[in-house]
Design a protein around this ligand. Structure first.
Ligand code: NAD
Length: 253
């Protein structure tokens, strides 16, 4: 894990991932770099980790400080160790149905749906949020499972017109209270990806949980729900990566 700077939320996320690795028996190493670190130093570290056969997963905690060339950093990570699934090669692989690593947050959502036995095929899914790390891969992964998917974003006109038709509503906008009960179809499955810290320090999602839980058949809480699943899928991807590495070694020998 590579953590640049002192963003408190990032520090919490990295700490949770370190603890989860310990609990699962995965060795993790956290490289903490100064917030003014030069691009080259970061690139050199990634190059070293790419070449280290004892490392099977490399994670650069986002966001990075503004002076860092994020695209270049993510593309320097070897695709075979890119357990976050953000490398362009892995994004293309996901788009074309040749997934190498699924991005952890949408992967966690898919696992939640599978675990609850919620069918996806033919369902009307609305994804609110169109970021590269959540909304877009979420839409692709559900489309690959034969859902009919609409993606809404900050410029969507009349959000409720879309959300009310959703059998499965996935919300990842980063706006507390964005989704209220009248915007949700009775019996819908509601997945709240949002993590927002209010002024009083309380952590809430994007969905009015109290109101919407009276209409939804299933709803995920915040905190809890998708957050821990994201960490879990990171571990799953890392183990998958290690297994692929050792399988390739066996084939080669
Ligand atoms: P982002 O800021 O990169 O993207 C937000 C997306 O939501 C954009 O596409 C934007 O157009 C859209 N949006 C913003 N306001 C909107 C509105 N009023 N109506 C409709 N769409 C709107 O954010 P992100 O990185 O995708 O994260 C989104 C949320 O999910 C944040 O709260 C973040 O903390 C949370 N998150 C949670 C996890 C997890 O593990 N649970 C992981 C990643 C992100």
């Amino acid at each position: 894990m590579i953590l640049v700077g002192h963003d408190p939320a990032s520090a919490v996320y990295v700490r949770n991932k370190v603890r989860a690795c310990e609990a699962a028996g995965i060795h993790s190493f956290t490289h903490r770099l100064h917030e003014k670190v030069e691009n080259e130093e970061l690139l050199n570290l990634i190059t070293r980790l790419n070449a280290d056969p004892s490392v099977h997963g490399i994670l650069v905690q986002l966001p990075l400080p503004a002076h860092i060339d994020m695209a270049r950093i993510l593309e320097t990570i070897a695709p075979s160790k890119d357990v976050d699934g953000f490398h362009l090669y892995n994004v293309g692989a996901l788009v074309t149905g040749n997934t190498v690593f699924s991005p952890c947050t949408p992967y966690g959502v898919v696992k939640l749906l599978e675990h609850e036995g919620i069918p996806v095929e033919g369902q009307n899914v609305v994804v609110v949020g169109a970021s590269n790390i959540v909304g877009k891969p979420m839409a692709l992964m559900l489309m690959a499972r034969d859902a009919t998917v609409a993606i809404c974003h900050a410029k969507a006109r009349d959000l409720a017109q879309f959300t009310i038709g959703a059998d499965i509503l996935v919300v990842a906008a980063g706006v507390p209270g964005l989704i209220t009960a009248p915007m949700v179809k009775k019996g819908a499955v509601v997945i709240d990806v949002g993590i927002n810290r209010l002024e009083d320090g309380k952590i809430v999602g994007d969905v009015d949980f109290a109101g919407v839980s009276r209409r939804a058949s299933h709803i995920t809480p915040v905190p809890g729900g998708v957050g821990p699943m994201t960490v879990t899928m990171l571990l799953v991807n890392t183990i998958e990566s290690a297994e692929r590495f050792y399988a390739a070694q066996r084939t080669a020998s």
